[in-house]
Write a protein that binds this ligand. Structure first.
Ligand code: TYM
Length: 336
């Protein structure tokens, strides 16, 4: 972030600490976070703990999961010295900017968000206002850092669009303040499906644990889950409409091995689903192995994690304050 002469593009993304991330989170977002963090961009990655309050987690669980999620980001191989890795609530500018942006968001446009509609239907007992204003806080996360690219899975695309709309409206009303961010969505892996119901996205809140692979699942559990994945009766490994289960496994295999769909079809020509599933399982196990070892090591060094989180928050705060001050000034809030 310091070297402005290099004019590197800025990347920001965040993940909620609502449980161990799934293979969907990994292939849709986290794998790209890691790849983008290796020098080409200035990257900021956050644990979105404020967002997760919308589902009212147990305080002790939230505290534990936040540090675990922070360790997960480092265990991916994201270097906290070269990138800014922080916990959202440690940078108060996010909540502050969120208020300014709320006043530039129309009720109707927030009410159109499909995630809000889905979540309020699924949990009618807790449709809190935070769930409704969730995308505005997400817009603040992004706009505070003059972000160019936001690596996300497809389910977050609509939230990115509203962030752009809010930024554009603010810029029109008060003068140019925020850069308009672009989503960065991988071609394959952007929507990993449930292994049990491939019409649904793979999600850590799925009540059926066979539907998702958690990034910290034991190797034998990963193998079992992939072997019991829903397929079809054609018994031919090919990517085609109506073969959602196989298409999903092909996407997973492709992301883990770098092979194209054509190459995969050739590799399994004349072979059954049993062979294919064994290969997918092995590829996933191998992909996650180094990450799991590193996660366990890092969890044994909480002092290091806390120190990194503190440094990350300090660095993020510096950049966040620059944009927040600019936005506050433009709106006419009295400056001391
Ligand atoms: P969250 O925590 O639900 O998910 C983190 C990331 O994982 C992606 N993802 C998937 N990708 C492919 N297939 C799936 N089955 C799958 N499930 C999840 C999500 O798209 C996401 O990229 N609101 C965000 C967190 C957030 C954020 C931000 C993101 C807060 N502030 C600012 C970007 C920028 C969320 O709930 O993600």
């Amino acid at each position: 972030m310091e070297n402005t002469a290099e004019k590197k593009k800025i990347v920001l993304s965040a993940i909620q600490p609502t449980g161990t991330p799934t293979l969907g989170n990994y292939l849709g977002a986290l794998k790209n976070w890691k790849d983008m963090s290796e020098g080409e961009y200035n990257c900021l990655y956050a644990v979105a703990d404020l967002h997760s309050l919308t589902v009212r987690p147990e305080p002790a669980d939230l505290r534990r999961r936040t540090l675990e999620m922070y360790a997960i980001l480092l265990a991916l191989g994201i270097d906290p010295e070269k990138n800014i890795v922080f916990i959202q609530s440690h940078v108060p500018q996010h909540a502050q900017l969120s208020w300014l942006l709320s006043c530039c968001t129309q009720f109707g446009e927030a009410a159109r968000m499909t995630q809000f509609k889905d979540k309020s239907e699924k949990h009618p007992e807790n449709v809190n206002v935070g769930l409704f204003t969730y995308p505005i806080l997400m817009a603040a996360d992004i706009l505070l850092y003059q972000t160019d690219f936001v690596p996300i899975g497809e389910d977050q695309k609509q939230h990115l669009e509203i962030a752009r709309d809010i930024a554009e409206r603010f810029n029109t009303v008060y003068g140019n303040t925020f850069k308009l961010p672009e989503p960065f969505i991988g071609k394959i892996g952007a929507r990993v499906k449930s292994l049990q119901d491939p019409s649904q996205k793979m999600s850590k809140s799925d009540p059926n644990p066979k539907g998702y692979i958690s990034m910290l699942d034991d190797d034998n559990i990963i193998v079992k889950k992939i072997k019991s994945a829903v397929t079809d009766s054609e018994a031919k490994v090919r990517y085609a409409e109506g073969k959602d289960g196989i298409n999903n496994l092909m996407g997973i295999y492709s992301c883990c091995t770098g092979k194209t769909y054509d190459e995969i079809e050739k590799e399994f020509d004349g072979k059954g689903y049993g062979d294919f599933k064994s290969a997918v399982a092995e590829a996933v196990v191998e992909e996650l192995r180094p990450f799991k070892t590193e996660f366990n090591r890092l969890m044994g060094d909480k002092a290091y994690l806390t120190e990194c989180a503190k440094n990350g928050a300090e660095k993020a705060s510096y950049f966040a304050q620059r944009t927040l001050s600019k936005a506050m000034k433009k709106t006419g809030l009295f400056q001391l």
